[in-house]
Design a protein around this ligand. Structure first.
Ligand code: A3P
Length: 312
């Protein structure tokens, strides 16, 4: 059911080629106090995004980088294709081109105008903090699936990603990366601030939270819950097939087609607990304390099951 991802791979290939000619300290810029990669984002596009008019039936995935957004994006695109087949009698055509780069904040200034012509339900993904999203998303009550992952695996995944992707600053050592991660030097900002800001929305009826770990533990139940939240009914067979098609193994196998060369970087380990290979005792303590300060005892903090997934 996947659409041609030429637009997706072209944009990433171009960003990589441009970044290869740049110095490390030119790779990020700051907008409203948060760093972003210059090869993917720009002030002009952020400004143009303010005019984006959300619809109540938009399907929005919010997740900090490395939380599994490509994974859940695959699930949501499959669910939308099933929904369209059933309600609009529209056969999903594998030769259809993906209409827009799926991350809302990445593209060109005309993207939001073009998106007005896309049929519902539209899918989009974002790494942004809620306060930096277009206001119409909240005003028009678009549904948001909020994906969170335990912070130690997010940091681990981000470290490997930064060192494999030229558009992001690389790090000589894990210790250097850890300091940057803990001191708000990451593209798209601090993960702890991300969690505490999104926690303010976690109880809203238009927001459903899912963790990477629960989806990994029981993908069929996860897909079932996601489909129910977006009002998409599935047969048992469809449910099984969406879960199967989104497994790490199938997505990695298919990644040349869906993500091009970038797939080799993105589909790394796809598991839980890889942080244990990197964190020192001191780093564990620091992160435990920061997590507690930002989201300890909150709805989102509790949902993350920090004691289960982040304690040595
Ligand atoms: P690792 O680096 O720990 O392997 P994002 O898509 O937000 O950039 O997140 C990338 C992380 O999600 C990577 O984690 C990647 O391997 C993991 N991932 C991608 N597809 C997955 C899948 N189908 N199942 C589980 N994890 C997946």
């Amino acid at each position: 059911m996947e659409k041609s991802r030429k637009k997706f791979t072209d944009l990433i290939d171009k960003a990589i080629a441009t970044a290869n000619t740049m110095d490390r300290d030119e790779l990020l810029f700051s907008y409203k106090g948060i760093l972003y990669p210059v090869t993917f984002c720009s002030t002009e596009v952020f400004r143009a995004m303010e005019s984006f008019e959300a619809r109540s039936d938009d399907v929005i995935l919010a997740g900090y980088p490395k939380s599994g957004t490509n994974w859940v994006g695959q699930i949501l695109n499959d669910l939308i294709a099933i929904f369209q087949m059933k309600t609009q009698n529209k056969e999903s055509n594998v030769n259809d081109e993906l209409e827009e780069f799926p991350y809302l904040e990445i593209g060109d200034i005309d993207k939001y105008k073009r998106m007005e012509n896309l049929p519902s339900p539209r899918f989009m993904c974002t790494h942004l903090l809620p306060e930096n999203l277009p206001r119409s998303i909240f005003k028009n009550k678009a549904k948001i699936l909020l994906l969170v992952r335990n912070p130690k695996d997010v940091a681990t995944s981000f470290y490997h990603f930064c060192n494999a992707m030229s558009p992001l600053p690389s790090y000589e050592t894990w210790d250097d990366f850890f300091i940057a991660f803990m001191t708000k030097k990451m593209p798209w900002g601090s993960y702890f601030e991300y969690l505490s800001e999104w926690n303010k929305y976690a109880a809203d009826e238009n927001v459903m939270t899912i963790t990477y770990e629960e989806l990994k533990e029981n993908p069929v139940l996860g897909v079932e819950n996601i489909a129910a939240f977006f009002g998409i009914s599935l047969t048992d067979e469809e449910l099984q097939s969406v879960a199967e098609r989104s497994s790490f193994k199938s997505m990695k196998k298919n990644s040349q087609k869906t993500h091009g060369a970038f797939g080799n970087v993105l589909f790394r380990k796809g598991g839980v607990n890889d942080w244990k290979n990197l964190f020192s005792e001191d780093q564990n303590e620091k992160m435990d304390k920061t997590f507690e300060e930002h989201v300890g005892g909150t709805k989102l903090g509790t949902k993350l099951k920090y004691e289960v997934y982040c304690k040595a």
